[in-house]
Design a protein around this ligand. Sequence first.
Ligand SMILES: O=C(O)c1cc(=O)[nH]c(=O)n1[C@@H]1O[C@H](COP(=O)(O)O)[C@@H](O)[C@H]1O
Length: 271
Amino acid sequence: MTRAELFGQIQKKNSFLCVGLDTDLNKIPKHLLNTEDPIFEFNKRIIDATAQYAVAYKPNIAFYEAYGVKGWQSLEKTIAYIPKDIFILADAKRGDIGNTSKMYAKAFFENMNCDAITVAPYMGEDSVKPFLEFDNKWVILLALTSNVGGKDFQNLELTQGGELYEEVLRKSQEWGTTDQLMYVVGATRAEALTNIRKIVPDHFLLVPGVGAQGGSLKDVAQHGMNNQCGLLVNSSRGIIYASQDENFAEVAEEKARELQLEMQQYLSEFL
Ligand SMILES: O=C(O)c1cc(=O)[nH]c(=O)n1[C@@H]1O[C@H](COP(=O)(O)O)[C@@H](O)[C@H]1O
């Protein structure tokens, strides 16, 4: 998907919501466990309930890999089921020597036909470049993550000045364009967004950490929005497990709607 198409979706739906499909057999309603493919059945109901409010879905690959071949089949069916105008983001956090990254890129961009993949920048330019060789596909580099341990390395002061995550943002801009590269910034690190926007004013940011991890959507929008919105804010557990009863899809729809309404307000205020 192109940047113009993504922004078009945001304008059309008045939303920059990404729904995280972190589907766990231990958390989905029990009555679905009797179906042939409980993970897909759950995802299908969540997608049906939230597609009108979501501009992106983010299946986290770990939740599918954990179930082996069956998990991959559920993932393939889920990706095929997502409406074509919605951005699909494989949260796989890959990155390896070039030869290997190329195969990861094939897996998610050709075989799975995802629009984007999350990539760890730690192995540097030649580990990221193979993902950038596909038209209208996106690399989402981890910059400042939402977890507490993110500070262990990402906030280290470098001898030449600045922190490690800032260098990731600066250096990686040489590898691809604003039509190819996005960055992950955790909603729990919203205080850093003003500084981040000085380094990457035009890039899209994937912002997880709203909902279950307690990040503030308002702070993210206020400090992170640019003139094309430039944000995809993810919530996974806060939407998909808001109810673990038979009414889970209706409650997920309500939660997605609440976030969309708040986003609509910020789009009119800050854009
Ligand atoms: O890359 C990610 O999506 C990601 C980066 C990050 O810094 N923090 C983070 O929580 N995530 C992912 O975003 C989702 C957050 O899920 P919830 O906390 O349930 O909304 C999970 O799939 C995480 O793996």
